[in-house]
Design a protein around this ligand. Structure first.
Ligand SMILES: Nc1nc2c(ncn2[C@@H]2O[C@H](COP(=O)(O)OP(=O)(O)OP(=O)(O)O)[C@@H](O)[C@H]2O)c(=O)[nH]1
Ligand SMILES: [Mg+2]
Length: 657
């Protein structure tokens, strides 16, 4: 059975404790100091049994502003409130502040109670009732009833009781699914030495025997027993108050504000993404980076608020912001927080946590995720979280933590994005979620890295997968690198040659690589003299450059007179070919002609090379082929200068074909 929490709040001394006593018969001011001073210090929790048989946890909240921390902690998970106003005081500034606190904490149901009607004349009471209705105008209490009553003679108490019973507050079965979270608002040691912590169950449920973790101290504890208002329970679920008897901890290890939770569901963080609202009643705008006290769960933390898109927030307005806290907080999306100034300790505003594990954001840059946070678009928020995790990626449990949901739900939210490849789930054991945008950025980085690598080390074919992975991002999962390389290869950006990754041919060469390649080709042809490589072999020797670039370069070397082009497949270094030509010319001078066999002996070349070389000499005017396949010198074209020119002329023809 779910036990709803009912908060009773109002200005100091307005009669809250007396009202709770009248409703429940229980005394909540139990501390000697409270009884001595006649005011409440701690939150008094008692149970109210209603006519329908349901049990409601009543939180009698202290009115003194010095104890507003207790008031805020006591309102955690309250679903309904009684706003109490004393008939002889009327509406007080604190009444307004308390109403604003309820609004900030997301409370949506309640009524107003006017106490002490036995003390005032009917005319005054009528005025206070009007004043009370005015106060409620525009708030969640606008349509709520007002119950004038006396706790002294009991007049008017029953209608309030009947109204509470009509709300069926505790009827709904608790969901209790998902991780358990309970901020500790009180702790004590039992006579037998056992530790008991109490609080409102914010989410999930706690069962006897559960293994839990105390955050942020990360201390493990086991649940020995659970009680709610002196009743022993098997389990306590979201929305109820629980007293949990723990094994493994003692009073010195726990503080108010710590959170008892399912291991792994929280990640303490100093930075939170939030939606922050400034009270409309605040006299001046809220300035960026103002130091504040933040009430979150049962904790009160010092910190400051960074307004992300503005320098000042006018009263009554809300803004995307980040909370920077001096101590780590343990918050989930949807948790409400309140903000107080340091001195005077006034409530400034509050809001809702969007992400309890945020990273520092740049100001003035509108982050997409805030738009989706505000719209409550969980799928988009999930994708944004993955996107924001960048190269590092996010695990499914990490995403679940950020969103305050189960891993199963996180997986479901990403289903569509995973199937249309906007998000990838990579790796073996601890799988990482990586966004498409990140993969694209990594691909771009790979291309840039390869381009500069080729530039720096033109003699190397490329980088190994491992070298490239480390250069892009050392922590990158090798399987992500695989995916990136597959995509790059598919789009034709890169190629793999003998396990070296390089950029695909066809990109314009940088001056440096161009120079290097010219030098390499020249040396290659020079060294191979009369046994030059075929163009096919050159392509194999320089596989990264691609045929077009190699052809252009070879032809430019021909143009410069460094190489001679004998055929499409054959180029020679000019020194080797010119020397050969001179020897041939000499032979022809001496013998008048030369046949194939003699050419072979003279040149030492194979027939495969010799035939195109002789044809080249025919075409460049050195020789003339006879019908019997012998060659004679070509008349009048025998000076080496002439031949060179003729050679060039023929090469021009070839080049321009
Ligand atoms: N005559 C009369 N006195 C009342 C009534 N309700 C409360 N009182 C008196 O008002 C005084 C304050 O009452 P409390 O119940 O302690 O007030 P409180 O709101 O709990 O005070 P804090 O917890 O300190 O904020 C007490 O002396 C009560 O007896 C009422 O209906 N009639
Ligand atoms: Mg009181």
């Amino acid at each position: 059975m779910r036990t709803a929490i009912l908060g009773v709040l109002g200005a100091q001394g307005c009669g809250k404790t007396a009202l709770v006593r009248a409703l429940t018969g229980e005394e909540t001011d139990r501390l000697p100091e409270e009884q001595e001073r006649g005011l409440s210090i701690e939150v008094g929790f008692v149970v109210l049994e209603l006519a329908d048989g349901s049990r409601v946890s009543v939180a009698d909240l202290p009115g003194h502003e010095k104890y507003s921390r207790h008031l805020i902690a006591g309102l955690a998970k309250a679903t309904v409130v009684l706003l109490v106003i004393a008939a002889d005081q009327g509406v007080m500034p604190q009444s307004r502040e308390h109403l604003a606190i309820c609004r900030m904490l997301g409370i949506r149901q309640g009524c107003m109670v006017i106490t002490g009607i036995d003390q005032v004349e009917p005319e005054l009471l009528a005025m206070v009732v009007d004043e009370t209705r005015d106060l409620a105008r525009g708030s969640f209490l606008q349509e709520a009833p007002v119950f004038p009553l006396s706790t002294v003679n009991g007049d008017g108490v029953n209608p309030l009781r009947a109204w509470l019973a009509s709300l069926s507050l505790a009827r709904a079965e608790a969901k209790g699914a998902g991780s358990f979270r309970m901020p500790v608002d009180r702790l004590f040691t039992l006579p037998d030495g056992g530790l008991v912590v109490t609080g409102a169950v914010l989410a999930g449920q706690v069962r006897q025997g559960d293994s839990l973790l105390l955050y942020p101290k990360m201390l493990p504890a086991r649940v020995l027993g659970i009680q709610s208002h002196h009743r022993k329970l098997e389990a306590a679920a979201e929305g109820s108050r629980a007293a949990v008897n723990l094994q493994g901890l003692d009073e010195t290890m726990v503080e108010r504000g710590d959170v008892l939770a399912t291991p792994g569901c929280l990640a303490p963080s100093h930075v939170l993404d939030v939606d922050f609202s400034l009270l409309a009643s605040h006299p001046e705008p809220f300035r960026n980076r103002t130091a504040v006290r933040v009430h979150l769960g049962a904790a009160e933390l010092a910190g400051h608020i960074v307004l992300l898109a503005t320098d000042e927030l006018p009263p009554g307005c809300r803004a995307a912001a980040q909370l920077f806290l001096e101590e780590p907080a343990m918050a989930w999306p949807g948790d409400h927080f309140l903000v107080r100034s340091f001195s005077p300790p006034l409530i400034l505003g509050g809001g809702v946590v969007y992400n309890g594990v945020a990273h520092r954001r740049k100001r003035q840059v509108p982050a997409d995720i805030f738009i989706h946070y505000r719209r409550g678009n969980a799928e988009e928020v999930a994708v944004c979280h993955v996107r924001e995790s960048g190269f590092q990626g996010l695990t499914m449990p990490g995403l679940a933590q950020r969103m305050g949901i189960s891993e199963k739900r996180a997986r479901k939210l990403l289903e569509a994005s995973l199937s249309n490849r906007q998000v990838f789930l990579i790796g073996g054991g601890s799988q990482q979620l990586i966004a498409r945008d990140t993969v694209e950025a990594m691909k771009k980085r790979c291309v840039q890295l390869l381009a500069s690598f080729h530039d720096e080390c033109p003699e190397r074919e490329g980088l190994s997968v491992e070298e490239l992975r480390r250069r892009v991002y050392g922590g990158m999962d090798p399987m992500l690198m695989r995916l990136i390389l597959d995509e790059l290869a598919k789009s034709g950006s890169t190629q793999t040659i003998q396990e070296a990754i390089s950029l695909s041919p066809g990109r314009p060469l940088s001056d440096r690589v161009h120079e290097w390649l010219r030098h390499e080709l020249t040396g290659f042809y020079h060294d191979s003299a009369l046994a030059p490589p075929s163009f096919r072999e050159v392509k194999i020797r320089f596989p990264r450059q691609g045929p077009e670039i190699l052809r252009t370069l070879l032809d430019s070397l021909v143009e410069a007179g460094v190489l001679r082009k004998v055929s499409e497949e054959l180029y020679f270094h000019h020194e080797a070919l010119d020397a050969l030509r001179d020897r041939l010319v000499q032979h022809l001078r001496e013998h008048g002609k030369i046949d194939m066999q003699e050419s072979k002996v003279l040149t030492g070349m194979t027939r495969r090379l010799l035939v195109p070389v002789l044809e080249y000499f025919d075409a460049t005017g050195v020789t003339e082929r006879q019908d019997d396949n012998t060659r004679k010198p070509r008349a009048g074209r025998q000076s080496s200068e002439d031949v060179r020119r003729a050679g060039l002329a023929r090469e021009d023809v070839i080049n321009h074909q």
